[in-house]
Design a protein around this ligand. Sequence first.
Ligand SMILES: Cc1ncc(COP(=O)(O)O)c(C=O)c1O
Length: 390
Amino acid sequence: MKSLARRTDALSQSDIRAITKLVNAVNGINLGQGICDLPTPEPIKQGAQQAIADNHSIYTNYAGIKRLRALILEKAQSYNRIPATSDEEVMVSVGSTGAFVAAIFALLEADDEVILFEPFYGYHRNLLDLIGVDIKYLPTTMPDWSIDFDLLEQTITPKTKALVVTTPTNPTGKVWTRDELERLLALMQKHDLYAITDEIYEYMLYDGHEHVSLASLPGAYERTVTLSGFSKTYNMTGWRLGYAVAAPPLIDKMGLLNDLFYICAPAPLQHGVAEAFEMSDVYFEEMQEAYTAKRQLLCETLEQIGFDVPWPDGSYYVFANFERFSHTYDGFDDAQEACQSLIEKAGVATVPGHSFFEIPERGRYFLRFCYAKEMPILQEACNNLLNAFS
Ligand SMILES: Cc1ncc(COP(=O)(O)O)c(C=O)c1O
């Protein structure tokens, strides 16, 4: 038989899904996959149920229902301070991932160069790979994951078209500062570059860190696609609802691509998620408070065991380094082995660090832990981890 498309050659089941299978087999606790096991807020669920009862069952506008786009616009203006002026500059998609796909198809061609900051979120790398762009990696390093702007400028060539910025970042929890974003924008303007910013964790911030959207800086909006969504903020990863905000003509082309790929996001769920905007700000305050306590519990537990733990400034991940004790205990020679050992010894799943680096060796001593769990479950996972090392 003729072979399958070459573009699928490099694709395989992600580590994260494979690890989920392993930990389920021992009935363990999954701190690997970035999913939240907290319930979706009631008003959103009721809104979707009502929309189903009201037969909101047909295709919507390819960029989303008007009410939802108007609400997202208002949020983009007030929370993100993005100078969008019309709901035509908002596109609802099948998760922020759907919007990322539309953005890269609208912006990039094979052989364009794109800069990705490392450690990176795997879907970004794999989707960029799939469309054949040439990815240039810019390392950020422990403990603060800061950017070497000289190195960044040296990485830019005449073929560079765009950068992908994730803030707060998965897996490190880095939150880009205003100063960093201003320096980035200066380079974007100097070298005529676009940015795609993934801000899916924008409401998960600690120790007074501020979320700054690149698109809010003067002169940035016309060259920036801002992505966000509902998956993480409202514990609804399976609903597949996210969005992009960008200026025309870019957002227009993204809308046409969104139509081609998905036709639209699920209609009744769009109506349901619109209810999220009617919820009071207390929701965000309580979420911050809960994640702050979970971050503390997990970071302190890992420090007690001997991990080197750069506490995250945002998101709900800890990217911890075990090089210090890799030769003290059996089964910690590299991240793959360490991940397997923690499943066997503590019934706790993590993600091996190599998944987040261009050269897997760079992630050899890292594990990513996700603390988006109900507190009693996270407590049990932490107790199991401590017992495994006692
Ligand atoms: C940085 C980042 N972006 C996007 C996503 C996926 O978002 P969505 O569910 O909106 O497609 C994730 C999920 O883990 C993520 O970590």
